[in-house]
Design a protein around this ligand. Structure first.
Ligand SMILES: Cc1ncc(C[n+]2csc(CCOP(=O)(O)OP(=O)(O)O)c2C)c(N)n1
Length: 290
């Protein structure tokens, strides 16, 4: 019953096997790389702005930038139901940087005019649905939207993102069950970064492999190295094809690691010894934290 982890790149950047390399244009490879770098720079600036008291809240995705690979196989008509760590997906699809930053400030150029919490982005032209704070609510929303797309025969695929902690929520199970029964064109993308704030994944679920959970709902579950951008492109490409051809949903577990705090309100050195050695945490007290 074990599911192997799909890997195309070795940690040093060389290929596991040249046969596995997906066909990606040089322009798209550069666009993905640029988006990954931009995301990391945004994290540095976002945290600094929060520490300066100029924005109220920020969530980083440092260590999880390769999620950008999940955006490449999608088409403009597809829909994104994100969690709060998918900046790279939005930026890759064309989320304007100025509007993204205006959202953090809640200023006059923010499309919500400050009525949403910072880091709760939405941008209709790229079908990037507003982030909801309650964990995993987007999973049920995505399954419902995918069922609607199927009924309307409009060929849109819905992609939803959530963390390992999100799989303990009722909405995860409701969304997975409905999508499985109705063969909805939905992709469930779990970034297993091994922590839900301070709760390690082994205290979250007795099934160590999140991809296995798809079996209970009657559709495939795939485990991929979430830090391997080429492997992420490849598994999502196959899942999108399945969904678009009417074969129903796929659960993708992207195995990764959150290389920082949960958010600007968190101090991970209090519960995550791995981070103590890996990252220099700025222990600056936040003036405005949530
Ligand atoms: C229903 C609900 N319960 C609790 C919270 C508080 N909360 C915010 S983020 C979070 C952890 C989620 O972890 P995970 O799904 O693994 O995603 P990650 O932050 O690791 O990307 C929790 C418990 C919430 N927002 N909603």
């Amino acid at each position: 019953m074990a599911i192997e982890m799909v890997q195309i790149l070795k940690p040093d950047g060389s290929l596991v096997s040249p046969k596995l390399e997906p066909k990606i244009s040089e322009a798209n490879l550069k666009k993905m790389y640029r988006t990954m770098m931009l995301t990391r720079f945004l994290d540095e600036r976002g945290l600094a702005l929060q520490r300066q008291g100029r924005i109220g809240f920020y969530v980083t995705s440092t260590g999880q930038e390769a999620i950008v690979g999940s955006a490449l196989p999608l088409e403009p008509q597809d829909w994104i139901f994100p969690a709060y760590r998918e900046h790279a997906v939005g930026l890759f699809r064309g989320f304007p940087l100025k509007i993204f930053i205006a959202q953090l400030f809640g200023n006059s150029e923010d499309l919500n005019k400050g009525r949403q919490m910072p880091n709760h982005f939405a941008y209709a032209p790229i079908h990037y649905v507003s982030i909801s704070s309650p964990i995993a609510t987007q999973v049920a929303q995505a399954a419902g939207a995918a069922m609607a797309a199927k009924i309307r025969k409009d060929k849109a695929v819905c992609m939803t993102y959530f963390g390992d902690g999100g799989t303990s929520e009722g909405d995860f199970h409701a969304g997975m069950n409905f999508a499985g029964v109705f063969k909805a064109p939905c992709i469930f993308f779990c970034s297993n970064n091994q922590y839900a704030i301070s709760v390690p994944v082994e205290k979250q679920t007795a099934q160590p492999m999140i991809a296995q959970k798809a079996k209970a709902y009657g559709f495939p579950g795939i485990r991929v190295d979430g830090n391997d951008v080429l492997a992420v492109v490849q598994v999502v490409k196959e899942a999108v094809m399945r969904a678009r051809e009417g074969h129903g949903p796929t659960l993708v577990e992207a195995f990764t690691f959150r290389m920082g705090a949960h958010s600007s309100s968190d101090d991970p050195t209090r519960y995550c010894p791995k981070l103590l050695s890996q990252i220099k945490i700025r222990r600056v007290e936040s003036k405005r934290s949530h």
